[in-house]
Structures are given as C-alpha cells and as structure tokens.
Design a protein around this ligand. Structure first.
Ligand SMILES: Nc1ncnc2c1ncn2[C@@H]1O[C@H](COP(=O)(O)OP(=O)(O)OP(=O)(O)O)[C@@H](O)[C@H]1O
Length: 259
C-alpha cells in the first residue's frame, strides 16, 4: 500500500474540517515588557488560514514568527485581539480548555523531534495519548506509523532510525489524535536535503489526501515553497503574502525584507 492509501485508510475520517478556517487571528497584538518600553512582537495582525491548506510563516529574525505560532496554538496569550482555532474562540480560554485543546485539536512538530530515546517508535507515538488518559489501540498506532511509511520500524528506538524517520515518527505522534491543525516549527531544520524532501512530501500528502491543515514556521525558502501560501512578517506585521509560491518567489521577497 502507498502512503496515500495508508493515509486515506488510517486518517481520513479523523481530521475535522467543519467549514471553519483552521486558524484565525483577528487584530492580534502581543506586547512583551512594560506598556511604555515594551516590544510589539505582533502588531495588529489579522490572518485566516483556510482548513485543509498549508500556510508557511516567514520573515527576518525577530519579526514575530514564533510568537505568531505560539499565539495561534494557544501556547501564548495575546495582549489584544482574538484567536479562533478551528471555529473556537480561544482568546480567553482557561488553562483546562487549552490543555484539552492541545490533546485533541492541535498537534506539534518541532525541529528537534523530541522523541523519548528509551521508547520504541510505536511507544513514542502512543505515549502522549497514554499520558492524557486517552486510549489508543495498537492497530491505530501501527496504522498511523504505516501512514508515514514506517510500518516496518514500529519496534525501532530513535537511535536506530535516521533523522528523517525520527521526524516521521514525530509526525505520526502528532497525527494519532487526528488534530484539526498541525503546527510545525522548522520541521526539516535538522534534516539533510533528501530526508527533508521526504518529510515535506509527507506533509503535502497529508494536506491533499486527508485535508490536514498545517501552519509552519521556517527560515528556508525551499521549505516554504512547499506550502499553499506564504505569509511574510516584518516587525510584527504582515507585510507580504504569496499563494502557490515558487522557491524563487519566496527567496526574492525574503531577501527584500532582510536587506
Ligand atoms: N518572552 C519574551 N520577552 C521579551 N521579548 C520577547 C519574548 N519573546 C519574543 N520577544 C521579542 O519579540 C520579537 C519577536 O520574537 P519572535 O521570537 O516571535 O521572532 P522570530 O521571528 O520567531 O525570530 P527568530 O527567527 O529569530 O526565531 C523579538 O523582538 C523578540 O526579541
């Protein structure tokens, strides 16, 4: 079975897409520091990422990319404005709601994989669900690993896997709860170009085959060009965007912002 067929079989029904945008930021400002001397890491940002699409966030260092990702995922509180995640206003949500949201509505993939070295691939995939008291069956874990092309690596530990395979385990771990939105922070930042290509192809397949929504921060124009839309930040504001980007489009816009 191909990845596409595995994804269709394993994940299709799960990814919720009830007609809401995946993420909406409405006039979001995030200040750090005191009122008079503070920095606006995000300055009146409005953004809507349609469900079933892949959005990349780019911009020079310090432009607000991580802050945007953290505010959109409910990991950071906005100073003003609204954040709506998969149709749900999370702006003032209490910790209990945000914790629940992290378990069921969103998934995270980081540059550094964050796998537990003593656990096998399948134990890593199941671990967060177990921790949250959510039952996942062995066949669900196996099917999710199969959907990222790792059916035959279920009992391998991270050190027995390549970087790209470890990142695919991390993606399977994020996907097992069928998150409405997958947030990715430099998902290929630690990978060689061949492994990066495989991970980007997997993310593209997830968007196309199961309608997964992805919001991703990256510094790399070649990675951003895999997305449907690239949003460019500078000094906490959205200053440009490009749909169906080419690497050249993205690199050129970024160079302009960084000059
Ligand atoms: N916890 C914090 N306290 C104070 N200032 C902060 C904090 N977090 C971020 N900032 C400031 O907010 C601005 C945006 O930071 P952010 O980390 O979002 O940028 P970034 O685009 O992700 O940068 P990079 O590409 O270097 O990771 C920067 O000026 C940064 O110094």
């Amino acid at each position: 079975m191909s990845w596409n067929q595995h994804l269709s079989a394993g994940l299709r029904q799960g990814v919720p897409n009830a007609g809401h945008p995946a993420v909406e930021l409405q006039q979001v400002t995030r200040m750090y520091g005191s009122k008079n001397t503070g920095v606006a890491a995000l300055d009146n940002v409005s953004l809507s990422c349609p469900a079933g699409t892949w959005t990349a966030i780019m911009g020079p260092s310090g432009s607000g990319k991580s802050t945007l990702l953290h505010c959109a995922a409910g990991l950071d509180q906005v100073t003003s404005g609204r954040v709506v995640l998969s149709g749900r206003d999370i702006t003032m949500a209490p910790d209990s709601v945000l914790t629940e949201l992290r378990r069921r509505t969103i998934g995270f993939v980081f540059q550094s994989f964050n796998l537990i070295s003593s656990l096998t691939a399948e134990q890593n995939v199941a671990f967060p669900s177990k921790l949250a008291g959510v039952r996942v069956s062995k066949s669900d874990v196996r099917q999710t690993l199969a959907s990222v092309g790792l059916a035959d690596r279920a009992s391998h530990r991270p050190r027995e896997l390549s970087g790209g395979q470890q990142q695919r385990v991390a993606i399977a771990r994020a996907m097992i709860s069928r998150p409405a939105v997958l947030f990715a922070d430099e998902p290929t930042g630690a990978l060689d170009s061949h492994s990066a290509k495989i991970v980007l192809e997997l993310l593209r397949t997830m968007v196309q085959t199961v309608g997964q929504s992805i919001v991703m921060v990256t510094h790399d124009p070649a990675v951003a060009a895999s997305a449907d839309t690239v949003i460019f930040l500078a000094d906490g504001q959205i200053v440009d965007r490009v749909h169906m980007p080419t690497i050249h489009d993205v690199a050129e816009r970024l160079a302009r912002l960084e000059s």
